[in-house]
Design a protein around this ligand. Structure first.
Ligand code: SAH
Ligand code: SF4
Length: 351
């Protein structure tokens, strides 16, 4: 079985090359080719034909093939459905901001966490992505648009901390000098709250931004929409968040999807404010994306305003997140679901 060469650290590649009797600078050359986005060993023009042949026998290069692409009519947001060598597919969204391009990538095919408002959660879990498959999503978007991505958010399909080792490997690779060289400060990781893994991540002291999907001010509401809360409750989660801030000195971003009549009352805002008081944090309010079959609806605009003003009065900064690509279901999981439903119905993949 050929090995996944793009998931290897530069140092690991050097060790493997030394076993093949190749000098370590060759490993660095190959590493740079891999992270510049080549799809075959034959594109590595400064590597001898015989070494390319050896590499081809021993390794494969991950890539992400575009299965489907939707472009927003309102802004330049693009949503992709990518497939990998085993046919599994994930979504990714490319967004253009004034400071550059941000890519939202997936970390798993599906998700085990089962949040009731989430399209991905409803589709079940298939497998973890490798580090190279996370990189391949970025490379495919760069190639398709002839651009450089400057920021990454791990907010696509899947729970990044449920695929901890591969995600940590990805973070090291993507930020490495001879890799894509995207600094940790340009990366955000979003989690539903796998508490032990938050501690583990905190101890690594990465300078990335941690987003925590809170979506509720107490256990009663949170356990109803997020099954993970029955394993690690909100107080344990906030304790882990405080530890994270202490270890990294980084502000945490709390995500809060506003669901009409579920978590958007003034009482909920007051409870949230008291729980977050004194924490180095920011709250992002997002009108919930209405996923078919969940029955959840977006909170009204006035409700969101009232909620935000209660938080601000308590000294907690909060913003309503700008939703990009709302016409293309830019929230992950929805495109894949609509494609699979259409395929099941009539074998048709067109929009
Ligand atoms: N599993 C991770 C990251 C992927 S989900 C997590 O849950 O944090 C990325 C974000 O989208 C999370 O904040 C998640 O709560 C949110 N989300 C999922 N479904 C949504 C929906 N229907 N409307 C609004 N936000 C949603
Ligand atoms: Fe998984 Fe995140 Fe969706 Fe929850 S919101 S089911 S953790 S992808």
């Amino acid at each position: 079985m050929p090995e996944d060469i793009k998931s290897m650290y530069e140092q690991e590649l050097k060790e493997a090359f030394s076993e093949m009797g190749e000098p370590s600078y060759r490993a660095s050359q190959v590493y740079q080719w891999l992270h510049s986005g080549v799809k075959s060993f034959d594109e590595m023009t400064n590597i001898s034909k015989s070494l390319r042949q050896k590499l081809m026998e021993k390794y494969y290069i991950s890539s992400a093939a575009i299965e489907k692409k939707l472009v927003s009519d309102y802004d330049d947001t693009k949503k992709y459905l990518f497939s990998f060598r085993d046919g599994e597919a994930v979504e990714s969204v490319l967004m253009k901001y004034h400071h550059g391009y941000t890519s939202c990538i997936s970390t798993q095919v599906g998700c085990r966490m089962g949040c009731t408002f989430c399209a991905t959660g409803k589709s079940g879990f298939s497998r973890n992505l490798t580090a190279s498959e996370m990189i391949a999503q970025l490379q495919a978007e760069q190639e398709d648009n002839q651009i450089r991505i400057s920021n990454i958010v791990l907010m696509g399909m899947g729970e990044p901390l449920d695929n901890f080792d591969n995600v940590v490997r990805f973070l090291h690779l993507v930020s490495s000098e001879h890799g894509m060289n995207i600094g940790m400060r340009h990366i955000s990781l979003s989690t539903c709250g796998l508490v032990p893994k938050i501690y583990e991540l905190a101890d690594k002291k990465f300078q990335l931004t941690l987003s925590v999907s809170l979506h509720a001010p107490n256990n009663q509401i949170r356990s109803r929409t997020m099954p993970v809360n029955r394993r690690y409750d909100i107080d344990e989660l906030l304790k882990a968040c405080r530890y994270y801030i202490k270890q990294t000195n980084r502000r945490i971003s709390f995500e809060y999807a506003m669901i009409d009549g579920v978590n958007d009352s003034d009482a909920a805002a007051r409870e949230l404010a008291s729980k977050l008081k004194g924490m180095l944090c920011h709250v992002n309010l997002i009108p919930v994306n209405e996923v078919g079959g969940t029955g959840y609806q977006k909170s009204k605009r006035e409700r969101m305003q009232s909620f935000i003003s209660i938080l601000e009065k308590s000294g907690i900064t909060a913003t309503v997140r700008r939703t990009l690509g709302s016409d293309i279901n830019a929230s992950c999981g929805q495109l894949k679901r609509s494609v699979s439903r259409k395929n099941a119905a009539k074998g048709d993949e067109s929009k």
